[in-house]
Design a protein around this ligand. Structure first.
Ligand code: IMP
Ligand code: MG
Length: 437
């Protein structure tokens, strides 16, 4: 049974909480894209764990946690996370790192920041973690892979070429900053290789074996569909594919093996970084939601932009990812609001659009069309069953036949309309807060 979990909006939908819930029942959890631009905090038995790279399934004694080939891995950050887990007496023996995963090298965060500075007013608002430059090098075929860490002589040769011929000339001649020291990097990364050696493997046979045994495999997504390199608001996107398709290429799982794709959506919209966001509330209402929902990126501390639920985005994500089940988070943040608005279309140049336009200038200038619903004027923190009518509107507006819950294709059964999550509730054995950007 393969389940893909994706973020349906611009990231920070509260995926961590749902992943944590599903990980408990998974034999294998795979991270397939992104890097330490993402992250979340898990609070387990009063202990707080911060994860940017290791799947939170590591807290369960039998779950194999895989860092897939599609991830860009900062070995320093990974080792810190491993240390964090081990120091609390939790084994990391079940961690596997794909030898095909690309590495964040010391020049990547430096270039990320320098490129952003060069863009000036047109900057993207990246997390400065070196994600874009690392994926760019992967595509340019000058990337370093986790497997390279185990071959010091190969590493040295490649470093001589990439640093000496490409990166240092760029740093010195283009940006007029100090060059990086080849020997220091070689020493640092060789040491990382020694420490990570037991975990770096070819994951292909391991994943195939799990599929052959019909193991419960969970592909945990990072970021969100609107940050997808192809289908997001380019260029205001991340450099990976946080969609169901990306989850497959990032892990080596064939499309035919997928049983279910779950989309996580927040009951309103947030975005960090720049780029169009049609339902943005740049007023006191937005400020109120930000405060109540604690919408601040905790990796970079940036306040998240806040807006109403955008069913145009949700409809697009449902179609793009083949989402069959929606987990709606942070609904309780809207407890005190009346009315509550849902954007059902965009008016652009006099035409009603039902999907986000590829032209980001049109997206930036469109007028959102809203449907108003009365607020419920009470705390829903104690509600445990999906019997209130309101969230069903989210489900319907996201592209499902009105009144009909999504069809579970595997069994031909009707599934419940939404997987429920209540941020302040005790529905979950452990509480998880969004972390990272
Ligand atoms: P990058 O991924 O650091 O290159 O940043 C590119 C864009 O993606 C920026 O707008 C970031 O704020 C956004 N972004 C990257 N990772 C996350 C995330 O985990 N949650 C929300 N936004 C993110
Ligand atoms: Mg996040």
């Amino acid at each position: 049974m393969v389940t893909i979990l994706v973020g349906g909006q611009w990231g920070d939908e509260g995926k961590g909480k749902i992943i944590d819930l599903l990980s408990e029942k998974a034999d294998m959890v795979i991270r397939s894209q992104g890097g330490n631009n993402a992250g979340h905090t898990v609070v387990n038995a009063g202990q707080e764990f911060r994860f940017h790279l290791i799947p939170s399934g590591i807290l369960y004694p039998t779950t194999t946690c895989v860092i897939g080939n599609g991830v860009v891995l900062d070995p320093r950050v990974l080792l810190e996370e491993m240390q964090q887990v081990q120091s609390r007496g939790i084994s990391i023996d079940r961690l596997v790192i794909s030898d095909r995963a690309h590495l964040i090298m010391p020049w990547h965060p430096i270039l990320d920041k320098l490129e952003e500075e060069q863009r000036g007013d047109d900057r993207l608002g990246t997390t400065w973690r070196g994600i874009g430059p690392a994926y760019a090098d992967k595509i340019r075929r000058i990337g370093f892979r986790a497997g390279d860490l185990l071959k010091p002589r190969f590493l040295e040769k490649k470093l001589t070429f990439v640093l000496g011929k490409i990166k240092n000339p760029i740093l010195e001649e283009l940006y007029h900053v100090a060059p990086l020291d080849r020997q220091a990097i070689l020493n640092e990364y060789t040491e990382y290789g020694e420490r990570l050696r037991p975990y770096i493997k070819d994951i292909f046979p391991i994943v195939q074996d799990a599929l052959a045994r019909d193991g419960r495999v969970l592909l945990e997504g990072a970021q969100g569909s609107m940050l997808d390199l192809d289908f997001g608001t380019y260029p205001y996107v991340t450099s990976s594919s946080p969609t169901a398709g990306g989850a497959l290429t990032g892990s080596g799982i064939p499309p035919s093996a997928v049983d279910l794709t779950i989309g996580v959506f927040k009951a309103y919209t947030t975005r960090v970084g720049y780029g169009p966001m049609p339902t943005e509330l740049a007023d006191t209402l937005g400020e109120q939601i930000r405060k109540i929902g604690a919408e601040y990126g905790t990796t970079t501390g940036r306040p998240r932009r806040v807006g109403w639920f955008d069913a145009v985005v949700a409809r697009y994500s449902v179609a793009l990812n083949g989402i069959r089940s929606i987990a709606l988070t942070k609904l309780d943040v809207l407890d005190g609001f009346d009315p509550i608005r849902i954007c059902t279309g965009y008016l652009s140049k006099g035409v009603l659009q039902t999907y986000p336009m590829s032209n980001i200038s049109h997206l930036k200038h469109c007028e959102p069309v809203y449907e108003e619903l009365p607020g419920w004027g009470a705390s829903i923190a104690c509600i445990r069953r999906p019997d209130a009518g309101r969230p069903r509107r989210v489900n319907d507006a996201s592209g499902r036949t009105p009144g009909q819950p999504p069809l579970d294709t595997r069994a031909g059964r009707r599934r419940s309309a939404a997987t429920w999550s209540c941020d302040s509730g005790t529905h979950f054995s452990r509480s998880t807060k969004a972390r990272g950007d």
